[in-house]
Design a protein around this ligand. Structure first.
Ligand code: PHE
Length: 440
């Protein structure tokens, strides 16, 4: 069977951007930036995305297109030996991340419902905290929503590359930007918003430290969906004529812009109503409803906000599932529908202990971590950096001629390609090894 292809370059860019923009950009970025020196963090984050991030993303896309294969097959076709293991780790990470990502995706659906119902429209942070904790520790409800979210993702992936993923992204990504602009317009016109804006944008360089750099790098690689075979898989559906440099620049620019917009959307509003911006992960589900409760028309904005979060999560989870499905299709010669169904079922099952570990199973821990936190630690702090280091070495040292041929049109090697090689060979491995050591 012929390999699936994107229908258009725009479709590819939006699908890759959809993968990148997710809970990382919209839920994590604002509070991480707020607690890490605002503008200084922003600046460092931008620089990392545009240098090492760009080099790795371009490398992944070029690998996928050169091999025309999924994550594991790409390493096998281009080099063989033990390298396919790197692709395999990527597939595994996607699978593991997807299981808890889907649990959180389910929360966003539940919160759309809670916004409609009006129960979260109170400015009492204690009540909101109780609602949130009551919900995520419930033994049954979150599982229902986790199933619903996984079902939505499954429906898209069964639709295929063009009809499913591309069409969804072409429709939802523009919607996401419009929603953000509406919410930003509301946030910035609140009395007292200026203070939050200044807090977000004023660089506080005294906050720059080793652990801040590690946070910035970790978030950059996570939010660009790097090191786990996603851009390899998406790149394998790109036609040979397309310009990968400009495509990846678009993806990165849009992602970075979204992080910035997410900060503009969340932080001024939080300040305007006197909440603590460093509330951490609770900022989205606990603080934001309180902010909406005090706005005129807050219920509408709450519904829009959680819908936006759902859209962001869905276009990312689709990419996670697609990597695993594409691997199963290519390696085991299974049809797309059977592959997607089987993988989804397994992911659903794995998500159950993840969700329950936040509630009734919280006493079961490994290394002091519940299952949910264990999955998160294992993937974002351990396996993802390992995958990224190996990817950088593979691109920079092992198959560089293939990458060069894939990316340069003529006989002359452009300067940006030489810079990219330097980043893959030296800068990325050194920086990411630093992250890894710090995490352990
Ligand atoms: N980039 C997504 C986000 O920011 C998460 C993600 C990571 C998706 C890795 C796919 C792969 O939320």
């Amino acid at each position: 069977m012929a390999r699936s292809q994107w229908g258009s370059r725009l479709g590819f860019i939006l699908a890759a951007t959809g993968s990148a923009i997710g809970l990382g950009a919209i839920w994590k970025f604002p509070y991480v930036a707020a607690t890490n020196g605002g503008g200084a963090f922003l600046l460092i984050y931008f620089l990392i995305c545009l240098s090492v991030g760009l080099a790795l993303m371009l490398g992944e896309m070029a690998l996928g297109r050169a091999a025309g294969n999924s994550a594991v097959g790409t390493f096998r076709d281009l080099r063989g030996g033990r390298w396919p293991l790197v692709g395999f780790v990527g597939v595994l990470v996607c699978f593991l991340v997807y299981s808890f990502y889907s649990v959180v995706g389910g929360w966003t659906i539940a919160y759309i419902g809670k916004s409609f119902g009006g129960e979260i429209l109170t400015s009492d942070a204690k009540v909101l905290g109780d609602i949130f904790n009551g919900f995520i520790t419930d033994p049954a409800l979150p599982l229902l929503y986790h199933g619903l979210f996984a079902g939505l993702t499954l429906a898209v992936v069964i639709g295929g590359v063009q009809k499913g993923i591309e069409n969804l992204s072409k429709f939802l990504m523009p919607a996401l930007f419009v929603l953000m602009l509406v919410l930003i317009a509301r946030a910035l016109t609140l009395p007292g918003a200026m203070e939050g804006l200044l807090y977000f944008l004023t660089p506080d360089f005294s906050k720059v430290s080793g652990s801040m750099l590690v946070d910035a790098m970790g978030l950059a690689f996570f939010s660009l969906s790097l090191g786990m075979g996603i851009m390899i898989t998406y790149g394998s559906y790109v036609d040979k004529e397309a310009n990968l440099l400009s495509s990846s620049l678009w993806v990165i620019a849009l992602t970075v812009l979204t992080c910035f917009l997410a900060g503009l959307m969340v932080l001024p509003a939080v300040f305007a109503f006197g909440f603590d911006p460093s509330a951490g992960p609770g900022l989205t589900f606990i603080t934001m409803p309180a902010v909406f409760a005090q706005m005129v028309g807050g219920q509408l904005f709450a519904v829009l906000f959680f819908f936006l979060l759902l859209v962001a999560a869905l276009t990312s989870s689709v990419s996670l599932l697609e990597v695993v499905v594409s691997f199963v299709i290519d390696e085991f010669k299974v049809g797309r529908k059977a592959a997607a169904l089987g993988v989804s079922l397994l992911v659903f099952l794995l998500g159950i202990p993840a969700s329950l570990s936040l509630g009734i199973w919280s006493e079961y821990t490994v290394f002091g971590l519940g299952f949910f936190d264990l999955l998160d630690f294992l993937t974002s702090k351990l396996l993802m950096p390992v995958g990224e280091v190996l990817l950088a070495i593979f691109v920079g040292w092992k198959v560089w001629p293939v990458i060069e041929a894939e990316l340069s049109a003529g006989a002359r090697v452009p300067a940006w390609l030489r810079a990219m090689r330097g980043f893959c060979r030296y800068v990325a491995p050194a920086l990411i090894a630093g992250i890894l050591v710090h995490n352990l």
